[in-house]
Design a protein around this ligand. Structure first.
Ligand code: MG
Length: 283
């Protein structure tokens, strides 16, 4: 009898175990059968584990290239039209596929840009470019911001070699949480934000049941992870909540710096995307 070389016995046993596991898996997953009815019921009481009747996820076609809008996104800016927005004092400048905050002298004062459509829980993609060459410093260099529901700011700033207070850095929940890291690109380079914003929940008497939360990736790097927000963003004071409706516009801040934007899209999030820890009013 041929002797099995030392070391092969173990490999043979492992191979046999793998084949057996595969056979068992096949037996359990019988072709044509999509699931099981004799499995335990999951929390919520509606579905079994591997329930064949549970609806399949909706098909969404992703963009051809990273950062592009998927098939179910609402396009807020595609480089061609400012139609999804209104400026407080007039339109922002549209040039070469980008929109830019116009000079105050031209607009006549602070000219925030407000989305015509309102959103609550939302996934947002946005790209911005800090002015190049940079001028001024700290909060006066490339300052803008994404104000969810016109209240809760994720800061936009030129964060490249630009010292400022930490809770005002790019990627900060302004006046509250500095970003986990600073992954800024140089001024003049396009940068990306991918943000999941969860609106706050209020009881019918107006009291806060659950704060707003935000998860933020800046240039693909996590800078806020499901971070609770303190309330309406305020300069030099602590944000506080005041009850409001379930949707409100997204606002881009004019802070008197010619920051440019492109490729802005959103996906309103369904109820099941939000943590399941509240009932009734809180949902
Ligand atoms: Mg700002």
């Amino acid at each position: 009898m041929k002797r099995i070389p030392k070391g092969m016995a173990g490999k043979g046993a492992a191979l046999a175990a793998t084949l057996l596991a595969g056979t068992l898996a096949q037996a359990q997953d019988k072709p044509g059968k999509l699931g099981f009815k004799d499995t335990p019921i999951l929390p919520g009481g509606q579905w079994h584990v591997h329930d064949p009747d549970r609806p399949a996820p909706t098909v969404v076609t992703p963009a051809a290239s990273p950062g592009g809008a998927p098939s179910d996104a609402i396009i807020l800016f595609d480089g061609k039209s400012l139609d999804a927005w209104r400026g407080e004092r007039g339109p922002w400048t549209l040039d070469k596929g980008a929109m830019t905050i116009p000079p105050r002298a031209k607009s006549g004062g602070e000219n925030n840009l407000i989305s015509k459509q309102e959103f609550g829980d939302v996934q947002l993609h946005l790209e911005f470019r800090s002015p190049n060459p940079p001028t001024k410093s700290s909060q006066d260099r490339g300052n803008s911001g994404i104000w969810f529901m016109q209240r809760y700011e994720v800061q936009i700033l030129d964060g490249y070699q630009n010292a400022t207070y930490a809770d005002g850095a790019v990627g900060a929940v302004y006046a509250w949480k500095p970003p986990l890291v600073n992954p800024s690109r140089k001024p003049g380079e396009w940068q990306s934000y991918d943000i999941v914003f969860e609106r706050p929940r209020f009881a019918s008497n107006g009291s806060l049941m659950r704060p707003a939360y935000v998860t933020v990736l800046l240039n693909g790097v996590l800078v806020q992870n499901h971070q609770a927000m303190l309330g309406t963003t305020k300069w030099r004071s602590i944000g506080q909540y005041q009850a409001h409706g379930d949707t409100a516009p997204i606002q881009l801040q004019d802070h008197d710096s010619p920051v440019s934007f492109r490729n802005i899209w959103v996906r309103p999030l369904p109820q099941e995307a939000i943590a399941q820890d509240l009932k009734g009013d809180g949902r």
